[in-house]
Design a protein around this ligand. Sequence first.
Ligand SMILES: [Zn+2]
Length: 236
Amino acid sequence: MNKTFETLSQLEKVDKVIADFQKELDALPQELKVVEDEYFEVKESYNNLKNELESLQAEKKEKDDLLEEKKEFVKNSESKLYLIKTYKEFNAAQKEIGNAKKEIKELEDEILDLIGKIEEKEKQFKEVEAKFNEISKKYEDLKKDVEKKEKEIKNKIEEENNVRNKFVRDLDKQILAVYNLIRSRRNGIAIVEINSNTCSACYMNLPPQLIIEIRKKNKIIQCPSCQRILIWNEDN
Ligand SMILES: [Zn+2]
């Protein structure tokens, strides 16, 4: 039975180590999340500005093409004016050329306006692009770091679980079941020492008869109040 108490204590030590590793593991996503949130926020601004810039550039391209077309039309029409035979046709052609020139002027103003807008948008985009590159690197680095840590901790947990399994094999199944049940219900602490005749977990005063029983180490004795397994520390 002495061996059982020893194994139980060792098992609990391993379980505490595993629980601590598990806590570390559970905290990792939160570590990543802060940077991840910032990353997605900047990425959204980056994409929005990129789309806005591209649409302004597309609009300018359309107007540039139209301007070329109009200029070509004016050039052609003017070069053919001398071929026109009647006043009526001549006036009509002049009117058409006049209208095209008016449209050209309007297009040039619109293009100038667009160039201003594009320049301003490009400035904003470059700023956000630099920020995006920076946060992307930070996010990728941290992600790799977290993945590495995750792998390391999982390996450690696996090692500890191998040790745990050895203790589990040595224990009586019923005692193990009691241990597991208390651990799950009592905040991960199933085994407690007696300190000045009290349970050191819940501080209940233990009756002298119970102390005697515990000292004998003949069987598992649970605290009447918190149900944890009580063990006698020989140094007491
Ligand atoms: Zn207790």
